[in-house]
Design a protein around this ligand. Structure first.
Ligand code: ADE
Length: 236
């Protein structure tokens, strides 16, 4: 999967050079193509913005500079996503549908915004990562890349993705590792039993109880009833 990133701050994408995303890039499962919008400024001082028509605070990124940066991308069929608080909020369903694309172009805003005319010309979709305002679209673009890359074949072990689909719509079950006793708290016995049927059942219940305690709005009435019963009977 290829991500073209149009940004004024390519240095901000350093966090993608670590851990799972780094490995995926090295294995050519993911390709991150950073395009510095500033490189397309025709100004001798490399200026990319100007004062807004109509007055007001801040600066607006110029349409022609963004357009030229966009035109430097070879594949014009790649969906163009503008990261903005005005967009539709990103969720797991959107993440999995974006993971089906071969290539995405992410446009990161900064300052007071980008001239609307170039947005109207090139943007296919606007995405927000939540109802709060950040200083730019770079961190949201990284959030989107990280979340989408997890679904690209080979990036995670197939077991991790499979387990996630089992718990679809619910929170994950609780995890434990050695030592067996930590600060007087013991690992649930069933997890050491080697009985995989019982372990699966314990994990299903743990997932249900975690969801009930932290995000009850994700459960239907039947599930709430069952979670309450599991807690009452001290099954977890
Ligand atoms: N740019 C600034 N804030 C943002 C947000 N919440 N989501 C996406 N892009 C943004």
């Amino acid at each position: 999967m290829k991500f073209n990133i149009l940004t004024l701050f390519p240095e901000m994408f350093e966090p993608l050079k670590h851990s799972i995303i780094e490995r995926a890039c090295k294995q050519n499962l993911i390709n991150i193509n950073l395009i510095n919008i500033r490189d397309f400024s025709k100004d001798k001082h490399k200026k990319v913005d100007d004062t807004p028509y109509g007055g007001g605070a801040g600066m607006v990124v110029k349409a022609d500079v963004v357009y030229d940066a966009y035109n430097s991308i070879q594949n014009k069929n790649a969906k163009v996503i503008y990261l903005t608080p005005q967009g539709k909020t990103l969720n797991q369903e959107k993440v999995t549908s974006l993971a089906k694309e071969q290539e995405l172009t992410l446009l990161c805003g900064h300052y007071e915004g980008i001239d609307q005319r170039v947005l109207d010309e090139i943007v296919d979709e606007e995405i927000s990562i939540g109802d709060y305002v950040l200083t730019g679209g770079e961190i949201p673009a990284m959030v989107l890349i990280d979340a989408v890359s997890r679904y690209v074949e080979g990036v995670l072990s197939s077991d991790s993705v499979k387990e996630e689909s089992f718990s679809a719509g619910h929170l994950e079950y609780s995890q434990y590792t050695r030592p067996e006793i930590f600060l007087n708290r013991k690992v649930p016995e069933v997890l050491q039993s080697g009985n995989h049927k019982n372990i699966d059942e314990w994990r299903r219940k743990s997932s249900l109880v975690n969801t009930y305690k932290k995000r009850p709005e994700l459960l239907n009435e039947e599930e709430i009833k069952e979670a309450k019963k599991i807690i009452e009977n001290n099954e977890i």
